[in-house]
Design a protein around this ligand. Structure first.
Ligand SMILES: [Ca+2]
Ligand SMILES: [Ca+2]
Length: 579
């Protein structure tokens, strides 16, 4: 009897252990409300990047101290834009060059690493970065620079399945964190500078098998797949020939390179689409859907429920990829998006109808505003880069000075929303560019821009500004200026704090209501990644990845020169309160 009881207890203990070890759909749905783990990019699929934890707050943060740091090692440094995920005592963190590490959350001890074998000739536009992994069942899933998805066993790091998204030699790559919603693995593609065709794909996260695909360029056919992998047509995206001239839709770009968010209340996944290809807008008269848009997809059907185009007929590389974060405003479910084009948008989350739009940077040259009735921008035609065919030799169109620069009022670094303060915390940048158009023809696997540019500073003392923004009034409640451009993401907490990193190497925290900086720590290299927080055995932890790089040093023109003193790195830092 005694023996039977103890074996029963062992069985129960094993059962509860394995129940804890496996990530379920319900756990992912509840991620934002369960501070003991971080299962998704965005601390919940809505992407609010808000944690209710408040052990670390303005009065205790003086005791916030490093617990451990882990180096990604090797000579493979470059930009580290990754957000770690936390589950079952393990941290899963991706690094540059398609690497992923599993670490013990309390000690930092390495449990395993996986280095994806990258072929020569990969074509990432904007550094060899990765933004993070997704967790499902016993798997940790991430995407690679040669456009593959890899699912590894969380305990061993063994490859459980691997699927190719598309041909890297044609310009496809992948660097976003996958999104899990409704039992589906939802991913996008990178490659908008190479004339790829943007799309969102849904797969079975346990096997990698395709469920549906939805192109984000108008005119392309969507598909759904049965259990045997046979595909059937699932309707064309939009209306063929409506917003693109000639055959340009075939290489139309609109890459979904930052991934998406999901709201269980609407059943919709929100993916942003990047620039239309090529950059030279005179070659493609029309709106060029669904480039530079927020696209809401019904995950059950793989159909576009609504779209809202932030920059019709984009001529400035204002990729509309930025995260659409749903929240409640005036009793309505809406979503906020700080677009690369310098405007902040609030749209109805169910219908896409524009609710509010206002600039969140000081200088915007391409439009005077957004018409709330029509939802369309009021363009300034003379500030569109000119048509090369109108020039004397046909080789270079009129150059214009444009703000924001194509690196954006905001770029890949995700903002945060606090349901406590009802404010968005937006990592913004003030900069401009000289931009001109050139003739271009499509060549598979070649850069497909038809434009030249130089990034310029606008102010001597700062480029970056962390801004607390009221989505209802458009008012900037406070800002914290930063000398270098901000390129990391933001975290906000129930402890009335906002955390963000700087290229100068600091992870810092401010009072969420006033913007007063209450803590900072030098991580040893530039921070271009979003911080996270979680709780373990009653203690609140904060973590951030450090490692300068990304698009700014590669494409930043005068700004790249200004910040060329910054050193590369590759590490993750973890903090908690010293007793
Ligand atoms: Ca959680
Ligand atoms: Ca782009």
């Amino acid at each position: 009897m005694r023996l039977r009881l103890s074996s029963l207890m062992i069985t129960l203990a094993v059962a509860s252990l394995s129940a804890q070890a496996v990530v379920t759909d319900q756990m992912i749905d509840n991620d934002a409300k369960t501070p003991n783990d971080v299962l998704s990019w965005g601390l919940g699929s809505q992407g609010q990047r808000y944690s209710p934890l408040k052990q670390i707050n303005a009065s205790t943060i003086g005791r916030l101290t490093p617990v451990w740091s882990f180096s990604f090692g090797g000579e493979k440094q470059r930009g580290q834009e990754s957000q770690p995920v936390i589950h079952n005592g393990k941290m899963f963190v991706t690094g540059s060059y398609s690497r992923i590490f599993a670490l013990d959350t309390t000690t930092g001890k390495k449990l395993w690493k996986y280095e994806h074998r990258l072929p020569d000739g990969i074509m990432p536009c904007c550094d060899v970065i990765n933004r993070g992994a997704a967790l499902y069942d016993n798997l940790v899933i991430f995407m690679t620079l040669d456009a593959q998805i890899v699912a590894l066993n969380q305990d061993t790091g063994e490859v459980e399945w691997k699927e190719k998204i598309d041909n890297y030699a044609d310009g496809y790559s992948a660097s976003a964190a996958p999104l899990i919603a409704g039992g589906l693995l939802l991913t996008g593609v990178s490659g908008g500078e190479f004339g790829v065709v943007g799309r969102v794909e849904a797969r079975n996260p346990k096997t990698g098998a395709m469920v549906w695909s939805r192109p984000t360029v108008e005119g392309h056919m969507g598909y759904k797949y049965d259990k045997e992998g046979n595909k059937t047509e699932n309707g064309v995206s939009g209306t063929p020939g409506k917003s693109w001239p000639g055959d340009l839709w075939k290489t139309g770009g609109a890459a979904t390179w930052l991934g998406g968010t999901f709201d269980a209340k609407t059943g919709l996944a929100y993916f942003g689409a990047g620039n239309p290809s090529p950059w030279n807008s005179h070659l493609r008269k029309g709106d060029n859907l669904f480039s530079c848009s927020t696209i809401a997809i019904d995950i059950k059907t793989g159909q576009i429920k609504w779209h809202y185009q932030n920059t019709p007929n984009d001529g400035w590389d204002f990729d509309g990829v930025n995260e659409f974060i749903t929240f409640d405003m005036d009793g309505k479910r809406v979503g906020g998006k700080a677009d690369r084009n310098g405007f902040f948008y609030v749209n109805d989350a169910s219908t896409g109808q524009l609710v509010n739009a206002f600039p969140f940077v000081n200088k915007v040259t391409w439009a005077t505003g957004i018409d709330l009735k029509t939802g369309r921008p009021n363009f300034v035609p003379e500030n569109r880069p000119g048509d090369p065919t109108a020039s004397a030799d046909g080789k270079k169109g009129a150059s214009v000075f444009s703000a924001p620069s194509f690196l954006g009022g905001k770029n890949q670094m995700p903002m945060a929303y606090s349901p406590d303060t009802k404010l968005f915390y937006v990592p913004a940048n003030e900069w401009g560019m000289e931009i001109w158009n050139e003739p271009i023809t499509y060549k598979k696997g070649g850069a497909y821009l038809g434009a030249g540019f130089t990034i310029k500073t606008l102010n001597d003392d700062y480029i970056g500004a962390l801004r607390a923004i009221d989505p209802k009034t458009g008012k900037i409640v406070w800002e914290a200026k930063n000398n270098a451009p901000l390129w990391g993401g933001v975290l906000t907490t129930g402890g009335n704090l906002v955390f963000w990193g700087t290229p100068e190497g600091y992870l810092q925290a401010a009072d969420a209501k006033t913007g007063k900086i209450v803590w900072k720590f030098q991580t040893g290299s530039g921070v271009v990644a979003p911080p996270i927080t979680w709780q373990d055995k009653g203690e609140q932890y904060v973590a951030v990845v450090s490692g300068w790089g990304g698009a700014v040093p590669l494409w930043g023109g005068d700004v790249a020169k200004k910040v060329n003193y910054l050193e590369q790195g590759g590490s993750v830092w973890v903090f908690k309160l010293m007793k």
